[in-house]
Design a protein around this ligand. Structure first.
Ligand code: FES
Length: 87
């Protein structure tokens, strides 16, 4: 399960996920705060390019939550949501 899917199941607002996790919309943008960024899956080219087009400007800890599958390594993960997900 990805962070975006978990957020939807848990009714967490602020992660829209308009494209359903296909890495095409950028509306699942999050800032990763408390996990070693090296523990996250490597960002692929598609996510990297789309992260430059999010409604709230990209930061060094920006990720698209639909591209991160939850694993035990990510226990304790804390995220901050951007001010806006839509233009
Ligand atoms: Fe669309 Fe993540 S849900 S890019």
């Amino acid at each position: 399960q990805t962070i975006m899917q978990a957020a939807h199941e848990g009714a967490v607002s602020g992660i829209i996920g308009e494209c359903g996790g296909a890495a095409m919309c950028g509306t699942c943008h999050v800032f990763v705060n408390t996990v070693n960024l090296d523990d996250l899956p490597v960002m692929n080219q598609n996510e990297n390019e789309l992260s430059d087009c999010t409604a709230t400007p990209r930061q060094p800890n920006s990720r698209l939550s639909c591209q991160i599958r939850m694993t035990e390594k990510l226990t304790g993960l804390k995220l901050t949501l951007p001010e806006q997900q839509l233009f």
